[in-house]
Design a binder for this molecule. Structure first.
Ligand SMILES: NC(=O)c1ccc[n+]([C@@H]2O[C@H](COP(=O)([O-])OP(=O)(O)OC[C@H]3O[C@@H](n4cnc5c(N)ncnc54)[C@H](OP(=O)(O)O)[C@@H]3O)[C@@H](O)[C@H]2O)c1
Length: 256
């Protein structure tokens, strides 16, 4: 059967958890060499065991996205190990809940450090290497919050708005280098991060699904599997003329 990412090298920031993990596993199944960025070595080891057991190849680069030098290291080590970068998925992110009136400078700085500063400098490294390689595909993980945001997520919303701008900037200015950049608007998924946040609000997995079922237009939360195929497509040559797109995988969920 055709493997649509055969011989590509794909870097996933936040590849240790949630949809990031799903993208790592499916990219490897589709023939890519995968590089997992994150801090959780144990989680990465478990994922790489599955990758190897299925005959794939990949590695982990310990990356603390609070540090700009780690953004560069993620790509420098990828080049040292595999010689090129074809795809970068910017999945890592923080989703703190606090209203405009309750947000502290520390919460603002931490969120912007990971969600936009690190995304910016990872993208800078990715673009530099992709230019040398004759092109590549970047996928930014966004949110419906990018357009306005719920009342308790203004810092998060602003960071995703900035990420949307970065995505459009790269799509517009680097198309000439055959570098594509697309934005995935991720709806609502019970990832480790989302479950941890909801636990602080007294909501367990089952209560979260019940709440979301009533709230979301299509009657259910998205799962990891709802997001993976679209990203694999955007990383593949089937999408070689697709750039500047906003792929909404939200089940009709808008925030206004
Ligand atoms: N869950 C949702 O409903 C939802 C909705 C819309 C958008 N999103 C987007 O999805 C992404 C993941 O969010 P999530 O809350 O769902 O979390 P998640 O799946 O639990 O994953 C968070 C990932 O970010 C990485 N990360 C966080 N801080 C980091 C740091 N300082 N350095 C390196 N890696 C770091 C984590 O890696 P380590 O643990 O290995 O450090 C982890 O892999 C974010 O971009 C978020 O905006 C999520």
């Amino acid at each position: 059967m055709e493997q649509i990412l055969q011989d590509k090298v794909i870097v996933v920031s936040g590849g240790t958890k949630g949809v990031g993990r799903g993208i790592v596993l499916e990219s490897a199944r589709q023939g890519a060499k995968v590089v997992i960025g994150g801090r959780d070595q144990a989680a990465a080891d478990r994922i790489l065991e599955q990758v190897c057991a299925a005959g794939g190849e990949g590695s982990f680069v310990r990356t603390d996205l609070y540090k700009a030098e780690d953004c560069a290291k993620l790509f420098d080590e990828t080049i040292a190990r595999y010689g090129k970068v074809d795809g970068f998925v910017n999945y890592a992110g923080l989703l703190p809940a606090a209203t405009l009136l309750d947000s502290t400078p520390e919460l603002f700085d931490n969120t912007f450090s990971v969600n936009i500063r690190a995304a910016f400098f990872c993208t800078q490294s990715a673009v530099r290497y992709m230019q040398k390689n004759g092109g590549g595909s970047i996928v930014m993980f966004g949110s419906p919050h990018a357009w306005c945001g719920e009342k308790d997520r203004p810092v998060y919303a602003c960071s995703k708005g900035a990420l949307l701008t970065l995505s459009e900037h790269v799509a517009h200015h680097y198309a000439v280098d055959q570098i594509r950049c697309n934005f995935v608007t991720m709806g609502w998924v019970p990832t480790e991060g989302e479950l941890a946040l909801r636990a602080t609000q007294g909501m367990d997995n089952s209560a979260l699904h019940d709440f979301a079922k009533d709230f979301l237009p299509m009657g259910r939360m998205q799962e990891i599997e709802d997001h993976v195929p679209g990203v694999i497509y955007l990383l593949s040559d089937y999408a070689s003329q697709v750039t500047g797109a906003n792929l909404r995988v939200t089940g009709g969920f808008y925030i206004s």
